[in-house]
Write a protein that binds this ligand. Structure first.
Ligand code: BMP
Length: 237
């Protein structure tokens, strides 16, 4: 069972903070983790951030604060060998989970990645649909196929868009409760905190609404408070 589930069950807020913008200096990143790790469930680091600061710097922060959860969001989409090599690298840095695209398919792709994740004890999350509009051009047209890939793969969880709650509902209905659903698009992309959880997600991925704030603690507390409020007043999944 994923450590992430333990963190949620221990009462951490249902938020994963997304860190992408290199304007967040390394010391700001460190401060963010230090000050919010007990309130939120984890942190997701994106490609621009990882490329800008490098694995050694990021490893030093992860090593300093182990009592939380880190996802390397490299949106893997390659042959199994290459995705597996990448995952070995980020595992050495201390990341707990990786994200891969669902459209890659199982054979010679996600199947091999999953074996390596299992060997390493790294959690795997599969993108099933995306939060931007272009997702309706391709991803959403084949979502049932992507979801059948997820069922064949049995990853830790999936990514589904907060910007289109009907997609989250569909993913939850299709997959049942077996998988964690992580949902981006809350805050800067327009979805209201709590709305994705209400539609069936387990966690909301929140980037700029927290990372662009002068006060990380206040911003994350506000997101968590609004989530609870939303869930209190709505009829949810
Ligand atoms: P923000 O809250 O600043 O919009 O950040 C959203 C985060 O979620 C980013 O890290 C982005 O890469 C990620 N994301 C997304 O926005 N839409 C998706 O469909 C999948 C994502 O991983």
């Amino acid at each position: 069972l994923s450590r992430l589930l333990d963190l949620i069950r221990s009462g951490r807020g249902r938020v994963i903070v997304a860190i992408d913008d290199p304007l967040i200096t390394l010391s700001k990143f460190k401060e963010l983790v230090m000050k919010t790790k007990d309130a939120v469930s984890g942190f997701k680091l994106g490609l621009p951030y990882i490329l800008s600061y490098g694995l050694d710097n990021i490893k030093s922060v992860i090593t300093d604060f182990r009592d939380t959860y880190y996802i390397a969001d490299l949106k893997l989409a390659d042959i199994d060998v290459v995705m597996s090599l990448t995952t070995k690298v980020v595992c050495r840095v201390g990341f707990n989970g990786v994200i891969a695209h669902g459209f890659v398919g199982l054979k010679g792709g996600l199947d091999g990645l999953k074996s390596v994740c299992d060997e390493l004890g790294v959690d795997l999350y599969i993108v099933t649909s995306m939060s931007h509009l272009g997702s309706t051009e391709i991803y959403d047209l084949v979502i049932d196929k992507v979801l059948s890939v997820v069922e064949g793969l049995r990853p830790t969880g999936v990514i589904a868009p907060a910007t289109r709650p009907e997609v989250i509902r569909r993913v939850r209905n299709y997959l049942g409760r077996t998988y964690l659903i992580l949902s981006p698009g809350v805050g800067a992309q327009g979805a209201t905190p709590g709305s994705a959880i209400c539609a069936g997600a387990d966690l909301e991925i929140v980037g700029r609404a927290i990372t662009s704030s002068q006060d990380f603690v206040k911003a994350s507390e506000e997101v968590i408070k609004s989530q609870l409020k939303y869930l209190e007043v709505s009829r949810c999944y």
